[in-house]
Each structure stands twice: as structure tokens, then as C-alpha cells.
Design a protein around this ligand. Structure first.
Ligand SMILES: C[S@@+](CC[C@H](N)C(=O)[O-])C[C@H]1O[C@@H](n2cnc3c(N)ncnc32)[C@H](O)[C@@H]1O
Ligand code: SF4
Length: 394
């Protein structure tokens, strides 16, 4: 088996490198109070133009980048709301992406799904098109919290959608929940986790509600109409959730992500472990050959730009050694497996244990070094960002 994988991924010389692909689908039926992802409502009539542009962007990328040394490892359709594309539209995008370069063995091809927005027939068609992982945005099972977040589905719809996804044959399903929502109690949080665990998904993401500028939630907080939970309550909920999920068979593998062993999201792991990725569609980001670029965050301007230049690029930055070092620290410390100290020294010619000795002393008990990996301990979970920024070179 190993030699077959080698043959598939290698030419005469170096083995081919994995590549992750992302498509951003910006359409939504309603805007949630907390969301600052690029998403627009009431624009579904623009989907045909959007399709034309995104296919042109992929074609342009195909002719301008040499992808012959890469193989596609993962693909993710995110949003916005990917299920607002009809199965044949999603299939068209997927087929075009798969033609970009050679395909890996057992690629992970995932999409986000909003509860109550796809029929069983469509779910079967998505699966037949090649999607093999579904991530459902359930957010909460408490009616008052769903209402606060302006979610347009009920708890019952989340459950029936999950059941339909299973009926459609998906074997790799994730559910997203949000915690630390104003008005939420510890009991409600544990009850939300239990209801999701009862459905037996393969993967669970838990996000602490953040207040992002430009959102309705931000305006409410600024005006004093809403008070967010105290930070200690938020971190307490995080720790309870993490321990509760671990005990239920969903160990944490990244700060917000928990999975049954073997079902960790490969696409996100690719982002967090420095794999190159190409993103298509408005607001999508790409990272390729030490260069990061991001597409314009406006559908109409994206469509016009692709017509003009073939690409939707708004701006870019070159990733120098210092940025790469900082990103490696930031991403790896969020992972349960931690930062591989020999990977770090091979890449940057520096022993972190020696150069950052003082920082290691400062965070005694909050970080540990075991088996050549630097990890954040449970006592340091809430301080991961502070620990990372201390280790980073500014
Ligand atoms: C941007 S949504 C896209 C998927 C889908 N439209 C949905 O609503 O589930 C992806 C996930 O990001 C999380 N998210 C977005 N904004 C957030 C915020 N301000 N705080 C916490 N989680 C957030 C939600 O849990 C959501 O499931
Ligand atoms: S959370 Fe999801 S459904 Fe809500 S506005 Fe954002 S992308 Fe759309």
C-alpha cells in the first residue's frame, strides 16, 4: 500500500506536496448577529454570475501556476452558505477543481451546511457529486440563544438535518456549537454538548462567541444593550466543555476542535501545519510559494475584477522568515500535538528552548516539553495567545 501511495504522489524526483483548496460561497438567507465572515443576503439571483467568475478564476490559476509538483489533499466549500448552491453547481465547481492537478488518495472533500436548508434529495446529490464530509452549523439547542444569535432554524431542525445527512450516507459529520453567549448558563452549555454528543457525530467544533466589529452584536455591546459574559466564565465554560467532550470520546486536537480519533478535520489541519492552499471566490485567502493573497471582499467588485484580470486578488504579502516563524508558533501551540521542536530548529536553525529560555521559565506549569514537542498544559489553555505572543519574535 505504501509503495502505491509513493508512486501516485511522486515523480522521478521529489515527492509531490499536498495542496488544500477552498471555495467561498458568500450567500446567506439571513445575517446572524455575531458573524463578520463575508456573507450577503438577498443576492441569490447573482449565483450564475458568481459561478461564471469563480470558474474563470480557477481557469486563470490553472494556466498561471505550476501545480505539477502538488496533489490535491483536501477541498472545502465554506461560507456563507454552500448549500445555497444547487448540487449540479457544486458538482461543476468540484470537477473543475479536481482538474487543477493530480488527486490524492482518499481526499477529504467537505462542505458547510445550515440546518433546515437542504432536502434529503439534495444531500444525496451532494454526496454523489463527491462531498464526503459535512459540517453542520447548529450553534445551540436553546431556543432563546438561537433567537439571540438570529439563527433562522430551530433545535429540532438541527437534529432532523443531522438525521438526513446520515440517511444520505455521510460517514464523516461535524457539528458546530457556540458558547459564552450572553444569557447562557453552565447547565445550558453542558446540555447543548450532550444533545450533540447524543447524535454521535464524528467531530465537534466549539467556538467562544466573539464580538466582531461591524456586526449587530458589536453595536449592541457598544450601546450597552448587551453585556458579554465575564472572561473567567468564558474560560470556565471552555475548560468544562473540553473535559466533557474528552470524557465522551472527543479529545481536543485544536483549541476549538474535538474529534473521535481518526476524524480530525484534515483541511483545517492543513491550514494549521503550513500546507499550501488556494482559495477561490470573494474574500478567499491563498498561501502559495511563500506568498499570501486575499481576494476582494465584495461580490460585485470580485465579478468585475475577474472579468478584467482573471483573478479576484485584492492584495498580497510575501511571507518572510520572521512571519513564517511566528505563524508556526501561533498555529502549532493551538494544536494538542503541540510544536515539534526539531521541525522548528530544522526550519529556522534555532533551538527554541535555548533562545527563549526566559519565556519558558515565565510560563512554568502552563507549558510543557515532552517527546520533543512543546505543548500548552490545561493550566495554560486560557493563556495560549499570551504564551504564543511571548514566544514570537516581534
Ligand atoms: C461563518 S460560519 C459558516 C457556516 C454556516 N453558514 C453556519 O452559519 O453555520 C462558520 C462557523 O463560524 C462560527 N462563527 C462565526 N462567527 C463567530 C463568532 N463571532 N463567534 C464565534 N463563532 C463564530 C460559527 O460557529 C459557524 O458555525
Ligand atoms: S454565521 Fe453562517 S449563516 Fe450566519 S451570517 Fe455567517 S455565514 Fe451566514
Amino acid at each position: 500500500m505504501e509503495s502505491m501511495v509513493f508512486k501516485l504522489h511522486s515523480g522521478m524526483n521529489a515527492p509531490k506536496k499536498p495542496l488544500a483548496l477552498y471555495i467561498h460561497i458568500p450567500f446567506c438567507k439571513a445575517k446572524c448577529t455575531y458573524c463578520d465572515f463575508y456573507s450577503i443576503i438577498g443576492r441569490e439571483d447573482s449565483i450564475p454570475d458568481y459561478m461564471t467568475s469563480i470558474l474563470a478564476e480557477i481557469a486563470h490559476t490553472s494556466s498561471s501556476l505550476d501545480l505539477s509538483q502538488h496533489f490535491i489533499d483536501t477541498i472545502f466549500f465554506g461560507g456563507g452558505t454552500p448549500n445555497l448552491l444547487a448540487p449540479n453547481q457544486l458538482e461543476k465547481l468540484l470537477k473543475t477543481l479536481l482538474n487543477l492537478t493530480s488527486n490524492g488518495v482518499n481526499m477529504e472533500i467537505g462542505m458547510e451546511l445550515n440546518p433546515g436548508e437542504a432536502s434529503l434529495e439534495n444531500l444525496i446529490a451532494y454526496r454523489d457529486a463527491g462531498i464526503n464530509r459535512i459540517s453542520i452549523g447548529m450553534q445551540s439547542f436553546q431556543p432563546h440563544l438561537l433567537k439571540f444569535m438570529s439563527r433562522i432554524h430551530s433545535a429540532e431542525k438541527s437534529i432532523s438535518t443531522f438525521e438526513d445527512v446520515r440517511k444520505a450516507g455521510f460517514k464523516n459529520v461535524s457539528g458546530d456549537l457556540i458558547f459564552a453567549v450572553p444569557g447562557q448558563t453552565r447547565h445550558q452549555w453542558i446540555s447543548d454538548l450532550q444533545r450533540l454528543i447524543d447524535l454521535q457525530p464524528e467531530h465537534i467544533s466549539t467556538y467562544s462567541l466573539t464580538v466582531e466589529e461591524g456586526t449587530a452584536l458589536h453595536r449592541w455591546v457598544e450601546a450597552g444593550h448587551v453585556e458579554m459574559l465575564e472572561e473567567t466564565v468564558d474560560t470556565g465554560m471552555y475548560a468544562w466543555g473540553r473535559e466533557f467532550l474528552e470524557a465522551a470520546g472527543y479529545p481536543n486536537y485544536e483549541i476549538s476542535n474535538h474529534a473521535r480519533p481518526g476524524y480530525e478535520c484534515r483541511h483545517n489541519l492543513n491550514y494549521w501545519t503550513g500546507v499550501e492552499y488556494l482559495g477561490f471566490g470573494p474574500a478567499a485567502h491563498s498561501y502559495f510559494q511563500k506568498r499570501r493573497h486575499w481576494n476582494i471582499k465584495n461580490l460585485d467588485r470580485y465579478i468585475a475584477l475577474v472579468k478584467q484580470t482573471g483573478l479576484g486578488e485584492d492584495n498580497f504579502e510575501a511571507i518572510d522568515k520572521n512571519m513564517a516563524r511566528n505563524e508556526l508558533i501561533l498555529t502549532r501551540l493551538r494544536l494538542a500535538r503541540g510544536l515539534d521542536l526539531s521541525e522548528y530548529s530544522n526550519q529556522f536553525g534555532e533551538n527554541l528552548l535555548t533562545t527563549k529560555q526566559e519565556i519558558f521559565k515565565k510560563w512554568t506549569g502552563k507549558i510543557s516539553v515532552e517527546g520533543g514537542h512543546l505543548r500548552v498544559t490545561p493550566a495554560g489553555w486560557a493563556l495560549t495567545d499570551e504564551i504564543s505572543s511571548d514566544l514570537m519574535s516581534l
